[in-house]
Design a protein around this ligand. Structure first.
Ligand code: TYD
Ligand code: MG
Length: 455
């Protein structure tokens, strides 16, 4: 049998090559490629050297399993995103842009847990104790029994945590931690991976919930190896526009609860305040009808949230018209423009198009297609929808409209906020009492012709 050639693996994207290089050809990351021992060839028995393993005990799927116990922090929006509270011995990664408020959020969370009688430790590798204490006092948390440490040497941190036995430990941030057994600089792929591995196994072994703070790269991903996201139980992103005071904590992975759940906070002078009614907050003043503005009734995680799409369409001075999108997918916008042109004869050539979601919210549901199309038409035709109208529905490339999930919840939330009219796809599942006037549209042409009188 031929000797297996060694292989080189990129720790960022997992690409495999036959020779080492400084930069990964697939993902462009630097210094991420390392040699991996060749896999033994041949059937399993040979690969394991012929030794037999222990026989495992297998169980039935039907076996009763109690739901994991949870500890609520008392910060309702955080508990919601965690799926109802913190699961003991779990590992959580919180990512976000620098300055977005991660340290503030986790200091508040640690204080909240500590006030509920849990033992909380906050380790900062980025700030001096005085700085963290100053912030705590500014947040009115000076008297909360959180234990504070400033350290970056993971060996010392783990020894301390083992002795202190806290219920929750916050590590701010994973990129500043280093292990003396790994020969590379803190923040490097190898260090981040090793530190995350040590901390997540520590969480499981010692029953400590560990929260790792992670910086994100310019592309919006947690800096360091992707594998960190696989190691932890829960990945949360803290996002928002720097200029806006709203912050959204979004679960992108959760082994103990629904993913895609969001919590909404407002950054104030006294730290982060919970926003219990996000819909009211994401809507701008809606007294007067405004062309280009359309309210979408969306679902974020388990709850309906109303957001406002704003479109501006203007003749372009450039050969190549601009398409600028904030808070929505640029590819999806291009698709909707193409469907409007091809199926309804509404061209956008020679026109710049700007689309924005108000309040710094980001929408990823295809259910917003119809609202985006309505905002674009409204802006192009300079024809405002009545301000008390909500819109939702998914668009197919043929121009047909598809019903979306949770129609009833979307309508209920709209009615609660004083909306009286809804534009939605035909065949949507309506409850016995929608609570507001419904205009059901079979396709995009009906929106163009019947609603805007264009086409
Ligand atoms: P921080 O939690 O340090 O962000 P991160 O850890 O994600 O880098 O938050 C920094 C920003 O938050 C800073 O620009 C100031 C603002 N801030 C407030 O507006 N109010 C407050 O009470 C606090 C503590 C911070
Ligand atoms: Mg910080």
């Amino acid at each position: 049998m031929a000797k297996a050639a060694s292989r080189f693996v990129c720790s960022e994207c997992g690409a495999v090559t036959t020779k080492w290089s400084g930069q990964c050809d697939s993902c462009g990351a630097w210094n991420s490629i390392s040699e991996e021992a060749p896999l033994a060839q041949g059937p399993g028995k040979q690969a394991l050297g012929g030794a037999r393993g222990r026989r495992m005990r297998l169980t039935d799927l039907g076996q009763d399993e109690a739901p994991p116990p949870r500890a609520a922090s008392g910060l309702g929006e955080l508990d919601r995103v965690l799926g109802g509270g913190l699961v003991p011995a779990s590992a959580i990664l919180v990512g976000g842009d620098p300055g977005i408020g991660k340290s503030t959020l986790l200091l508040q969370a640690a204080a909240s847990f500590a006030r509920k009688g849990m033992k909380a430790v906050y380790i900062s590798g980025e700030e001096a104790s005085a700085q963290v204490r100053l912030r705590a006092q500014r947040l009115g948390l000076g008297d909360s029994p959180v234990k504070l440490g400033t350290e970056t040497n993971l060996r010392d941190i783990l020894t301390t945590l083992e002795a202190e036995k806290p219920d929750i430990a916050v590590i701010d941030s994973i990129q500043t931690m280093w292990l003396d057994t790994v020969e590379s600089a803190p923040g490097s792929v190898a260090q981040v991976r090793a530190a995350a591995h040590e901390l997540t196994t520590f969480a499981k072994r010692h029953g400590v919930s560990v929260v790792l703070v992670g910086h994100v790269t310019k592309e919006g991903q947690i800096a360091g190896p992707r594998v960190v996201e696989h190691m932890v139980d829960t990945v949360l992103y803290f996002e928002g526009e720097r200029g806006h005071q709203f912050r959204i904590l979004r679960a992108v992975k959760n082994r103990f609860g629904p993913a895609a759940e969001i919590g909404v906070f407002e950054m104030t002078g006294d730290g982060l305040a919970e926003v219990e009614n996000p819909s009211a907050l994401f809507l701008s003043d809606r007294d007067r009808p405004a062309p280009g503005s359309v309210v979408f009734s969306g679902i974020e995680g388990t709850r309906p949230v109303l957001v406002e799409f704003q479109a501006l369409v203007a003749p372009t001075p450039h050969a190549q018209p601009r398409r600028t999108v904030v808070g929505w997918d640029g590819g999806r916008l291009a698709m909707i423009l193409a469907v409007l042109e091809a199926r309804c004869g509404i061209p956008f050539a020679g026109l710049d198009v700007y689309l924005n979601v108000a309040g710094g919210m980001r929408v990823s549901e295809p259910a917003a297609d119809l609202a985006v199309a309505a905002a674009l038409l409204s802006a192009r035709e300079d024809h405002a929808l009545p301000p008390e109208t909500v819109v939702f529905g998914e668009l197919s490339l043929s121009g047909a409209l598809r019903p979306v999930s949770q129609t009833e919840n979307r309508l209920k939330e709209a009615a609660k906020l004083g909306f009286t009219q809804a534009l939605l796809p035909e065949r949507s599942k309506l409850g016995p009492d929608a609570g507001l006037g419904v205009t059901a549209l079979p396709d995009l042409a009906a929106l163009v012709g019947d609603v805007f009188g264009a086409g």
